[in-house]
Design a protein around this ligand. Structure first.
Ligand SMILES: [Zn+2]
Ligand SMILES: [Zn+2]
Length: 338
């Protein structure tokens, strides 16, 4: 089968890989769609311990083709989305609902287990979630990134009616925005790229501010008469966390969702002056997948505008190059012919 794999830093390649078979506890999926994630781009850029030939791709939706020994509750042909990791279910962290912090976690698509930029992928049945017929496979591939946005919101004190600031309208910012709207907030999005700002509007953002033109906190004050009480930092480049801390209201909250790979600086005084609370959010809990699937099924969230490109697996290497300067691209889906 054709698959897109890591070759060396900053380079992906198309490889011919054997079709996986289902080990006990696993199923094999025929992949329908798999999203390209910022983490994939980071992993490809920095290597992050991946060996050459690692098949990447972790935001997937597919249909069950083979079921391993000891797996109950799944049928051939069912469509599923999956947590992109294997977890033990036994450790203290798993038992507390934090599978992503499992002490025995094995990631899928980032070097440990082969990922879903491939016609077929093997994954643990325990990591899979069934999709109802009303959810398309393209939306199914968005369950993972949407769950990132949901988890960030659930880490915060967001409540309906609140005005929140989302910094950045890349895929994570758009997913977070989608959920902030789904939970009834008024959302100001700060974004430099005009195309991404327009996507944010299509996903329900109330106001887009170009931070090079206007301070986003001023816009929130215009709307509410108060400073931003919740800022969701979805950019993750050097300096943006410090900016968020300087904009947040006294005793307000900053949730860091964007992944900054460099050492960053903040001025603690700025946080102290505001008694700011800064929290970090990583991925999602299994329960977030359930909630995302339910919200897609009943139409509480409608994320399709965040998809800007649908490509074949052969185009993955060139798309990784293009996404080093994302411009107006947001979520790119790799789709396999059915
Ligand atoms: Zn991802
Ligand atoms: Zn565990």
């Amino acid at each position: 089968m054709k698959a897109a794999a890591f070759r060396r830093q900053n380079e992906m390649e198309i490889v011919d890989a054997p079709v996986p078979t289902a080990a006990p506890g696993d199923v094999v999926l025929k992949v329908h769609d798999c999203g390209i994630c910022g983490s994939d781009l980071h992993a490809c850029q920095y290597g992050m311990g991946m060996h050459a030939g690692s098949i990447m791709g972790h935001e997937f939706c597919g249909e069950i083709r083979e079921i391993g020994a000891g797996v109950d509750g799944f049928r051939i042909g069912e469509r599923v989305a999956g947590l992109p990791f294997a977890f033990c279910g036994e450790c203290d962290r798993c038992k507390n609902g934090m599978a992503v912090h499992c002490r025995n976690l094995k990631g899928l698509g980032l070097g440990q287990l082969p990922g879903a930029y491939a016609e077929f992928v093997a994954c643990p049945a325990a990591s899979l979630f069934k999709l109802p017929d009303s959810i398309s496979s393209r939306d199914g591939a968005l369950v993972e990134p949407l769950s990132v946005g949901l988890h960030a919101i659930k880490r915060s004190r967001l409540r309906a009616g609140m005005t929140v600031l989302v910094m950045g309208a890349g895929p994570i910012g758009l997913a977070t925005l989608t959920w902030a709207k789904g939970k009834g907030a008024t959302v100001v999005v700060s974004e430099i790229a005009q195309g991404r700002g327009e996507l944010a509007l299509r996903l329900g953002a109330d106001i887009i501010v170009n931070p090079r033109v206007q301070n986003p906190a001023d816009k929130v004050r215009e709307l509410t008469g108060r400073d931003p009480e919740l800022i969701l930092e979805c950019i993750g480049i050097k300096g943006t966390l410090g900016e968020a801390i300087r904009m947040v209201a006294p005793r307000g909250e900053v949730v860091v969702v964007g992944v900054c790979m460099e050492t960053d600086e903040i001025q603690p005084l700025q946080g102290i002056l505001r008694e700011a609370e800064v929290k970090f959010a990583l991925a999602y809990d299994p329960a977030d997948f359930d909630e995302t699937i339910e919200a897609l099924a009943n139409g509480t969230i409608r994320p399709q505008p965040m998809v800007t490109d649908i490509i074949g697996v052969q185009q993955v290497p060139e798309m990784f190059q293009a996404l080093r300067h994302p411009g107006n691209h947001a979520k790119v889906l790799v789709e396999f012919p059915q």
